[in-house]
Design a protein. Structure first.
Length: 308
């Protein structure tokens, strides 16, 4: 029977199981569900074509994996020593943190686990180009005022899409300025809105305008056309939905990037509304915490893969 394996972010296995609904088995953070892959916001990675493979020995396991493809990332859930001995017979993968602005890895990367002593579950193709969906960057620890900038760079890396220089961007809830820093560094014009101040070194960057104002009080009619609407405001997801709907109805925003921040229980109902919006994407970035990132892009903002 065809099935798919979904890897939950750490601490959010229950959210993934709730979202999928028809999970047949949960092993550690791996959720097994029948049928082909489907959109799953709470999946950190998706094993696209898994199969159960009986093995007779450590060498037999390694040979069968190599017969499928070369590069494998082990997700160890049990029989850890035996799994590591199998892994030792496979080509080593030691991904280094990538520099911001470089494309994601291109080499095919599979995932596998030793389900029991004599059974492997392996998929030679996965949704994420990163091992276990964990994007790691060479961090800039001196210029950005917070680590929130990593969420934006992870998103841009996965989508291979960035605002072009000169684009007009709104950064709603911009304080202390991590996202504004990213956008200004790209040469964008940024209107950053928050009731809290920006870091002084961000506020003085070329192209940055700051307004000491609630993001919910900003009138779209005062702003006009917006190339990119970014929102990392701390608010309940249903309030974010109303904010996005207001600006979407205004009709002069080309692209949306918003963070759904869950305070207390996960608001699955509102998350489902965002996920169902035509042409959009809802995902849990490896830099996200108890939150999801929603993206709605104008087709003209999509860039071809590097080298494509």
């Amino acid at each position: 029977m065809e099935f798919t394996v979904y890897l939950a972010p750490k601490g959010f296995t229950n959210e993934l199981v709730h979202e999928l609904g028809d999970v047949t088995e949960v092993v550690d953070r791996l959720a097994f569900a029948p049928g082909p892959p489907r959109p799953a916001a709470w999946a950190q990675n998706v094993w696209l074509c898994p199969e159960r493979i009986p093995i007779e020995s450590i060498t037999d396991a390694a040979n069968k994996l190599r017969a499928l493809q070369r590069n494998w990332a082990l997700w160890s859930v049990g029989h850890h020593r035996r799994a590591r001995l199998i892994e030792a017979q496979l080509p080593s993968i030691n991904p280094k943190p990538i520099r911001i602005g470089t494309p994601p890895p291109r080499a095919p990367l599979g995932s596998w686990t030793l389900l029991d002593r004599d059974t492997i579950v392996a998929s030679p193709a996965c949704l994420s180009p990163f091992p276990h969906g964990e994007a790691r960057f060479v961090e800039n620890k001196s210029e950005p005022p917070s680590r929130a900038y990593l969420k934006l760079w992870e998103l841009f890396t996965l989508l291979e899409t960035v605002p072009s220089p000169g684009s007009f961007c709104l950064d709603m809830g911009g304080s202390p300025g991590g996202w504004t820093w990213v956008l200004a560094s790209l040469g964008c014009r940024v209107l950053s809105v928050d009731k809290a101040p920006l870091a002084p070194r961000v506020e003085t960057m070329p192209g940055v305008e700051y307004r000491l104002l609630s993001a919910f009080a900003l009138d779209p009619r005062e702003v006009g056309e917006v190339d990119w609407f970014f929102c990392d405001v701390v608010c309940y997801p249903d309030r974010l939905w109303r904010l996005v709907d207001r600006w979407r109805t205004f009709g002069k925003v080309r692209n949306f990037v918003c963070t759904l921040k869950f305070q207390g229980a996960t608001d699955h109902e509102t998350a489902a509304k965002f996920q169902a919006y035509p042409g959009s994407k809802l995902m849990h970035l490896s830099c996200n915490k108890h939150e999801l990132t929603w993206v709605l892009l104008d087709q003209g903002s999509r860039l071809p893969p590097a080298g494509g």
